[in-house]
Design a protein around this ligand. Sequence first.
Ligand code: ZN
Length: 367
Amino acid sequence: MPSHSHLASRPRFMPPLPFHVALLLFAFALAPALAARAQAAHAHVRNVAGRSLLIYSIDVEGGQSTLIVSPSGASLLVDAGWPDNNGRDAQRIQAAMRDAHIARIDHVLVTHYHDDHVGGVPDLVRRVPIGAFLDHGDNREDSAATRANYAAYLKAIQGHPRRILHPGDTISIPGLDAVVLTADGQHVARIPGVTPRPNAYCAAEPRWPADPSENARSMGILLTFGRFRFLDLGDLTGAKEIAMVCPANPLPPVDLFLVSHHGMNLSNSRALVDAIHPRVAIMNNGARKGGSPEAWERVHQSPGLQDLWQLHTAEGSGAAHNSPSALIANPSGAPDSGYWIKVEARANGSFSVTNQRTGETRRYPRP
Ligand SMILES: [Zn+2]
């Protein structure tokens, strides 16, 4: 018969646990409950978002940073803004991430190696967990500044997967279709599901100068979420726009157009802008960068355009070449708070645009 002497000899009451052990046990006991609560809160947020696609045009003062978050929480960041300024642009990206309830970015796409696009990558890598980097391959612009940008980029992304994309490639984002239209100076001739059409706007198009810079090598993408389409061509310049959309245009009409190259006059030819027939455009200009009156006018006059939103008042243009202040996130005279423009799109093609500064939202019903 087994002896019970050992059990019998145990004290009736447990001696008090050392405080740190008690704390640890308490934390272990509580952890699953807290995790479940956090999960429930997250699920609630996604439900409230109502299965929308989110697009933030983040104010990086005349560069590009566009955060795209699918209804499942998968994310794509197009460009990371400028370097320096104490990590200003990375912090603005993080603010948009908090608004979208994401803690990491799955893909960072670098359109090209100018410092207003790739310059913010080292700061971002230090602050944010990132899945993979997507770009067009080696820099081939013959300038010391751009070579230095490219070297800093390669150093910053060490240890991360890197994927070099070509026109026609797709980016895997659950719930969205993202296809590469332009990269490294090349472009698609057609994309799945779209029949290229003769482009009536080509005949009147002036001759655009060849551009040996990285701008002409910008990676451009078309993002499709159900019936909603968003076009972002980075800083692609006129001659490459024309090469893609003339004489036959392989692009479908789009709901939202990120005005190319911050609204500079070197980009945004009529043959492109008129042929894609955007319902709404967002211009990521700075107060004194981009937003040229000529390009503003071409976008503003494009057939069917309902609104042209701007990240800043274009200080070099008069009132006739700026949108009303309700459509400007950071207007003239106000202290620069780096307000974004936020888009929420539904799979049925309807979407809304919110000015973070005013909190005002405009709705664009499905066509
Ligand atoms: Zn740029």
